[in-house]
Design a protein around this ligand. Structure first.
Ligand SMILES: Nc1nc2c(ncn2[C@@H]2O[C@H](COP(=O)(O)OP(=O)(O)OP(=O)(O)O)[C@@H](O)[C@H]2O)c(=O)[nH]1
Ligand SMILES: [Mg+2]
Length: 290
């Protein structure tokens, strides 16, 4: 019996959060086609035969001068040496320099290179990419093509991950999907609904916070805040006749209902907190700072 910790690291939009959901066969992480979507390190408990893999999602690596983004990048960098194995994820479209930059950080734990989104390219293009990465073969333990969308090569990836973990009793109850709290997960589902429901830049001005959760036999009652930075963004979030907020709420409620497997009553409130993206103490309280 093995059990160990794996950090999933890589450029923003490479598909890290999607890979976690694909490996878990359940949706627990925030996914978006927009960049810099992940803010919190949600963990998944993946059982593979008799072995347990605990995978931590991390914010995507990118370049930015903004405080919020820098804190996200630092949070991801911390996870590099805080695990037994790293899955470094690149999409088939990413340049090799992203991987070279990761190597320049001299990670102390071994890593697998996961080449994601292979469903989007033809075989020849995939083989070409694989051969380009082959020159780094002394650095990675294995390179594995993957598609989070089609879940191809899932067994290959999990078999390879387990090879690099140590014999250990389970760290978590194997019947659980995640050690992260439901509050953290629902909060991210609400933020995901914001990413899906409003214009390009607005989600980066919004953070979500759960005010209360009341679990009754018939339904889950959740109250949550959407925190934004200016009154005009608040107006945009609410929308004409409250339609935008309604759309966000409906979208988020469906996501929560699917995971909770029960009826959800979700009430959303919008709060203005001026320039929250530049407030270090506030950011520490809402991002993962371990
Ligand atoms: N076609 C295809 N799309 C994918 C695949 N994996 C992820 N995507 C899409 O790529 C986009 C980014 O996926 P995420 O999982 O949010 O990427 P991420 O690496 O977690 O991004 P950050 O959290 O911003 O660092 C989303 O639109 C996903 O649906 C894949 O294997 N195939
Ligand atoms: Mg992500």
């Amino acid at each position: 019996m093995k059990s160990g910790f794996v950090s999933i690291i890589g450029r923003t939009n490479a598909g890290k959060s999607s890979i976690i959901n694909a490996l878990l066969d359940a949706k627990i992480t925030l996914v978006s086609h927009k960049q810099n979507a992940t803010r919190r390190k949600i963990k998944a408990i993946i059982m593979h035969n008799d072995d347990q893999i605990i995978i931590t999602d991390t914010p995507g690596l990118h370049k930015s001068d903004k405080l919020l983004n820098q804190m996200l990048i630092n949070s991801a960098l911390k996870s590099i040496n805080d695990c037994d194995l790293i899955l470094f994820v690149v999409s088939v479209f990413d340049e090799l320099k992203d991987y070279e930059e990761f190597l320049s950080l001299e990670p102390k734990v071994p890593h697998l290179l996961v080449l994601n989104k292979v469903d989007l390219v033809k075989n020849e293009a995939l083989l070409k990419k694989l051969s380009e990465y082959a020159k780094f073969s002394e650095h990675f333990k294995a390179i594995i093509p993957f598609s989070a969308k089609q879940k191809t090569y899932k067994k290959t990836l999990l078999d390879e991950v387990v090879k690099h973990l140590e014999e250990h009793a389970y760290f978590y109850d194997p019947s659980f999907l995640t050690p992260s709290s439901e509050k953290e997960i629902y909060k991210d589902f609400i933020l995901e609904a914001v990413f899906e429901s409003v214009s390009e830049e607005l989600p980066y001005c919004v953070e979500s916070a759960i005010k209360s959760i009341k679990d009754t036999p018939n339904a889950l009652f959740i109250e949550a805040n959407l925190i934004t930075d200016t009154p005009s963004h608040k107006a945009m979030l609410i929308g004409k006749d409250g339609l935008s907020l309604k759309r966000i709420g409906k979208n988020a409620r469906k996501k929560i209902e699917k995971l909770a497997e029960k009826k959800v009553m979700l009430r959303l409130f919008v709060q203005v907190k001026k320039a929250w993206q530049k407030d270090e103490n506030f950011l520490k309280s809402v991002l993962d700072e371990d």
